[in-house]
Design a protein around this ligand. Structure first.
Ligand SMILES: Cc1cc2nc3c(=O)[nH]c(=O)nc-3n(C[C@H](O)[C@H](O)[C@H](O)COP(=O)(O)O)c2cc1C
Length: 189
């Protein structure tokens, strides 16, 4: 069976990371099921341009509307190998922490947790208040992986694009599928 990963994109800053993650998953031959929150429409247009939404959707194997609760990824009976939410807003983090399932995206995350599949959340906000940290703790206790987009300064990326790739590669590698070829590992100089 081919590997299937749900990719959720929310309205946090960092839409370019969704693009990078989809590119890496495509290169790994992974089937991607994309769901973009309504809130992400603003950040995608602002950060990726007017064609950003089309470019993101064009990289996925299947695209679902966030209101489509009839989609296979709304059910644990549909086979899958995990989910990455990139970037992940504090709103979506909070919804997942409390099992809201109020959209296809948050429902798919809830399903991923209940089926004990890897759920990686690239949470982006700074600074963080106690509510954010408590939501992160709750998700972590439920088995989710909080993987903020922290730049790997030690890998000395020469371009911003190189930095985006490394941040996305770190998050994708956390899904535990296989080694992500683009990920630069630390080697003692
Ligand atoms: C330009 C812009 C940047 C934003 N950046 C962030 C962010 O980095 N983190 C965050 O939690 N919310 C951010 N927001 C707010 C979210 O988009 C907003 O809370 C939205 O309701 C999230 O909904 P969603 O989780 O369903 O996508 C940003 C909004 C805009 C317009």
């Amino acid at each position: 069976m081919s590997r299937k990963i749900v990719v959720g994109v929310t309205g946090a800053s960092g839409a370019v990371l969704a693009f990078e993650a989809l590119k890496l998953l495509e290169a790994m031959g992974v089937e991607t099921r994309l769901v973009i929150s309504r809130g992400a429409a603003y950040t995608i247009q602002h950060e990726l341009g007017d064609d950003g939404m089309d470019r993101l959707c064009g990289m996925a194997t299947t695209v679902y509307e966030p209101e489509n609760m009839m989609a296979p990824i709304a059910s644990g009976s549909s086979p899958g190998h995990g989910m990455i939410i990139v970037p992940c807003s504090m709103r979506t983090l909070s919804a997942v922490a409390y099992g809201l399932g109020d959209s296809l995206l948050t429902r798919a995350a809830d399903v991923t947790l209940k089926e004990r599949r890897p759920l990686v959340m690239v949470t982006r906000e700074a600074p963080l208040h106690l509510g954010h940290l408590e939501a992160m703790e709750k998700v972590t206790r439920m088995g989710g992986i909080i993987c903020p987009p922290v730049p790997p300064f030690y890998s000395m990326p020469e371009t911003l694009e190189g930095m985006y790739t490394q941040i996305a590669a770190r998050a994708v590698s956390t899904l535990g599928l296989e080694r992500v070829a683009a990920l630069k590992s630390w080697e003692t100089p």
